[in-house]
Write a protein that binds this ligand. Structure first.
Ligand code: CTP
Length: 404
């Protein structure tokens, strides 16, 4: 439910503007106060009256209309917003937002608000793919705007390509994610590692593993949404999550160095990365040729990052196992002096490498176990942060219990 939440809905001049009516209706039925703002072009596609009836509220269209209650409309709406949603967003409003223009009511609200802004682009595919639009979208992403990507399909202009407004379901999901945010990790610095490391054999080959990094990225996004200051150290081949800067590393040694730096003032370290345990003793400068009938390689141990880094922070590890899950996980919890371990049976269908879901058991330092059902990596991430959020300060006590 979105009761007590104010959604400012900005509608711009795209043929998809009619879909904003459904969005407004869905949000209103979910209990949100929907304040609609329409650009002049939007009103050529759909009338303010439609939105007025669907939201049961006045619709703001004009920067210069005398304000109700003597408040300045663009400032009062900017302040009232728990979230500002621009759907559909044309190439024009995207460009204006990226460059800080404020020449109408909606663009002025975008500039004046401190609320999170969700942008759902809709336009002709060539306009969307144009490097200028893509540059503007990148700029918005870097500034923390949340982009709900358009879909690929048959467009109103008869072209087929990417540019169709995302499903209303996806836009509602993005709004729910934002409004579901709590601030229970506000002020905490969390360091998260993600992905499988790569240990180079020669310039073209490496020893690696099947980790995708999705679990670590889900942890980073969940921590961001709960107000944490997130440092993500990654060897994954994934797009950076919105609003989080990623330190890219390739191998275990580089990851160790970055983790050491990052944990200096951290409250929590979560090692979700699958770190290689061995690396080639020698890395060939040139590509190894297949001249010989066989090839053997000497390997040496890499540093165990969790065991090596010292400091006054909560230590959370993962145990990816194929057998004796709980027994192996508990041994790692003790050996690596962890506060919490996430035991992950990678042989379960839908769990582990590359999947969007995971089947895990959380084990705290005092031995309490919580077996979670197969669920999204994001939901697993939130369970981990629920445990962390119980600790108001840097821990002098280990994680001892779970909160329901
Ligand atoms: N880890 C680490 N440094 C390593 C290897 C692992 O910090 N060189 C961390 C992982 O990020 C994870 C935890 O230790 O949080 C357990 O990793 P896992 O690969 O399951 O176990 P290992 O300690 O490598 O032991 P084994 O491979 O024998 O199961």
């Amino acid at each position: 439910m979105l009761t007590n939440k104010t959604v400012v809905l900005g509608i711009t001049g795209s043929i998809a503007a009619y879909k904003a009516a459904e969005l407004a209706s869905r949000l209103t039925k979910a209990g949100a106060a929907v304040e609609t703002v329409m650009t002049e072009a939007a009103q050529r596609f759909i009338t303010p009256l439609t939105l007025r009836f669907l939201t049961h509220r006045p619709v703001a269209c004009d920067m210069w209309a005398p304000p109700e209650n003597f408040s300045i409309t663009h400032v009062s709406l900017a302040q009232a917003a728990d979230v500002l949603v621009v759907a559909p967003a044309t190439a024009n409003i995207i460009a204006k937002m990226a460059h800080g223009l404020a020449d109408d009511l909606l663009s002025s609200i975008v500039l004046a608000t401190k609320a999170p802004v969700i942008v759902a682009p809709a336009m002709n595919c060539n306009m969307y793919e144009n490097p200028i639009t893509q540059g503007n979208l990148s700029c918005l992403k870097e500034r923390g705007f949340i982009i709900v990507e358009p879909a690929v399909g048959h467009l109103a202009c008869n072209d087929i390509g990417k540019g169709r407004l995302a499903d209303v379901d996806d836009i509602v999901a993005a709004i729910n994610t934002i409004l579901g945010r709590t601030d229970d990790l506000l002020g905490r610095k969390v360091v998260i590692t993600a992905g499988g490391t790569r240990e180079m054999i020669d310039p073209v080959r490496f020893l690696g593993n099947r980790s995708s990094g999705k679990m670590g990225y889900a942890l980073a996004e969940a921590a961001r949404d709960r107000g944490a200051d997130v440092t993500l150290i990654s060897s994954a081949q994934l797009e950076p999550p919105q609003g989080i800067s990623v330190t890219k590393v390739e191998n275990a040694h580089q990851m160790l160095e970055e983790v050491k730096q990052a944990v200096r003032d951290a409250d929590v370290l979560v090692m979700a990365a699958a770190v290689a345990d061995f690396r080639p003793k020698l890395t060939s400068q040139n590509k190894i040729k297949k001249d010989a009938p066989e090839l053997s390689m000497e390997l040496e141990r890499t540093p165990d990052i969790l065991s090596e880094v010292e400091g006054d922070f909560l230590r959370i590890g993962f145990a990816a196992e194929t057998e004796n899950l709980l027994q192996n996980a508990k041994k790692k919890l003790a050996d690596k002096r962890l506060d919490l371990i996430v035991a992950n049976d990678v042989t379960t269908h839908g769990s582990g490498f590359g999947a969007d879901t995971n089947k895990v058991t959380l084990i705290s330092r005092d031995g309490e176990e919580r077996d979670l059902p197969l669920t999204s990596k994001r939901a697993v991430a939130d369970k981990v942060w629920d445990c962390v959020a119980e600790f108001p300060h840097k821990p002098t006590h280990p994680l001892t219990s779970f909160q329901d």
